[in-house]
Design a protein around this ligand. Structure first.
Ligand code: AMP
Ligand code: ZN
Length: 141
């Protein structure tokens, strides 16, 4: 058995509530069921996070995310759907095998909260322009 819990789930060594499986991806209920139908989509190959995931696998993962998202919408009729992907411990990642959370949303008391604080006023126009230039330079390397 591997030390990665999601690799063990994919291998069938640990039970899961499987929703969908294809050649490249596996989808199953998150044990925490933050909201009804909370599902995880993972690539079958072990990659720790977004930064390690090959582009081809990213494509497969998001094809499955959309497929499962449609099924959640049709089946449970949520009012919305949040996709959450935590990369790195600082971002809240606890299982280090890439995964996307599909969290159906029903109302403001359904169990999911995302806190967004606005900090736009802390950056001057010059700050934002310097940040933009730095990032664009990184992208053109
Ligand atoms: P994250 O914190 O983004 O890394 O998410 C990891 C998720 O994996 C959490 O929401 C856990 O509830 C979920 N999880 C951990 N172990 C299992 C398991 N055996 N079956 C289903 N979900 C799990
Ligand atoms: Zn793994």
């Amino acid at each position: 058995m591997t030390s990665c819990i999601f690799c063990s789930i994919i291998a069938g060594d640990i039970p899961s509530k499987k929703i969908y499986e294809d050649e490249h991806t596996y989808a199953f209920f998150d044990i925490s069921q933050v909201t009804k139908g909370h599902t995880l989509v993972v690539p079958k190959n072990h990659h720790e996070n977004l930064f390690d995931l090959p582009e081809s696998e990213l494509n497969h993962v998001y094809q499955s995310v959309q497929k499962v998202g449609h099924a959640l919408k049709e089946t449970f009729s949520p009012a919305g759907l949040n996709l959450v992907n935590n990369n790195g411990e600082a971002a809240g990642q606890t299982v280090f095998h890439y995964h996307v959370h599909l969290i159906p949303r029903y109302d403001s008391t359904d169990g999911f909260r995302a806190k967004w604080e606005e900090h736009g006023s802390e950056y001057s126009e010059a700050d934002l322009e310097a940040m933009r230039v730095e990032l664009v330079q990184s992208l053109s390397k």
